[in-house]
Design a protein around this ligand. Structure first.
Ligand SMILES: Cc1cc2nc3c(=O)[nH]c(=O)nc-3n(C[C@H](O)[C@H](O)[C@H](O)COP(=O)(O)O)c2cc1C
Length: 317
């Protein structure tokens, strides 16, 4: 790899499952770190519910570096989960201070905590005293306004936080408007913790524009850009390979489908999981709406296989 840049895959509830990470990383080995969608409601000191335990075990089982994420405002719960993750072989825990969804934020969780620096200090004081693994944070510029981050940076700087990922929107925006990359470039020099940029990198051109604004930055968390175009990390890292992209994508989506059928024992809900991913992947094709229509209406595995065959006869971008 001839680049100093590191690309991390952003977490997506329902999409970046252990199955997805395993299959994606086998086909596209250009990601330095994967983050799990957030875990919450960790009620027991040593045990997880069987669903969470299964997901965590699979994520830890021989995959590339995976970082579990917790959504919580309870220091005891964060430490409980940290100990469980350590005992399952993980090296890092990520704290979600970015989730924008009202049902989360109204309860002062996720990005809803960002307007309350005193509350964050209280939690960090307790958590950092006995954190058994590396602790990183993923947040937004604020919940109600972008200046909230200016109060938080001096606080974060005081703790041995492994990495600080900041998404360039505020919570209230959800995903509307644009990631404020100028603001991210402005605050980066104020941050003494290793910084990870997150927001709106959808193409090599976007990457060039944003990295031009922060030339010394080397860590990039990318989400939708990779879901739209799984080749994006290798394009950014200049690993442009000359294989047939259509064939490669077909083989990846086929393996993903077979892996889900195996992992989820042929349950029909697999189709919903795959449709959710296809909602992003359609953007790789010249006519996304047409691909969406074809995939959306499938009701069983035979129809899915037939639909995918049709889709791969359509032109890609
Ligand atoms: C459906 C959906 C689910 C998400 N789930 C999570 C999550 O569990 N944890 C998290 O930190 N971020 C989550 N995110 C945010 C993404 O990880 C990422 O920060 C966001 O998409 C911005 O990055 P991008 O512009 O590169 O896509 C989610 C976003 C979406 C749209």
């Amino acid at each position: 790899m001839n680049s100093t840049h590191q690309i991390y895959l952003a977490p997506f509830q329902g999409i970046t499952t252990h199955t997805f990470i395993r299959v994606y990383s086998a086909h596209f080995p250009f990601i330095s770190k994967y983050y799990t969608p957030f875990f919450s409601k960790i009620d027991h000191d040593t045990r997880l519910s069987s669903r969470k335990e299964h997901e965590l075990q699979q994520l830890g089982a021989g995959l590339p570096e995976v970082v579990p994420q917790i959504l919580s405002k309870d220091p005891a719960e964060i430490l409980r989960f940290a100990r469980i993750c350590k005992s399952r072989g993980f090296h890092e825990l990520n704290w979600n201070l970015g989730c924008p969804f009202p049902q989360v934020a109204y309860k002062k969780r996720g990005s809803g905590m960002l307007p309350y620096p005193e509350f964050i200090i209280e939690i960090l004081d307790q958590v950092m005293k006995s954190m058994p693994l590396r602790f990183s944070i993923k947040c937004r510029l604020g919940y109600s306004n972008k200046d909230e981050i200016l109060q938080l940076i001096p606080i974060f700087n005081q703790y041995p936080i492994h990495e600080l990922t900041i998404h360039g929107r505020i919570g209230r925006q959800l995903y509307s408007g644009e990631s404020d990359n100028d603001m991210l470039a402005y605050i980066k020099p104020l941050i003494s913790i290793p910084f990870v940029h997150n927001g709106d990198i959808f193409s090599l051109e976007d990457f060039k524009t944003v990295s031009g604004k922060m030339p010394d930055n080397t860590k990039w968390m990318i989400g939708r850009g990779i879901l739209y175009n799984p080749f994006l990390p290798e394009d950014i890292l200049h690993e442009r390979t000359d294989y047939n992209r259509m064939q490669k994508l077909h083989s990846f989506t086929n393996d993903l489908y077979l892996a889900y059928r195996f992992d989820m024992q042929d349950r029909l809900t697999i189709l919903n999981v795959l449709k959710e991913y296809w909602d992003y992947l359609v953007n790789f094709f010249e006519d996304p709406q047409k691909v969406k229509r074809i995939i959306k209406k499938v009701k069983n595995f035979d129809e899915y296989e037939e639909a995918v065959k049709r889709v791969f006869e359509l032109p890609i971008l």
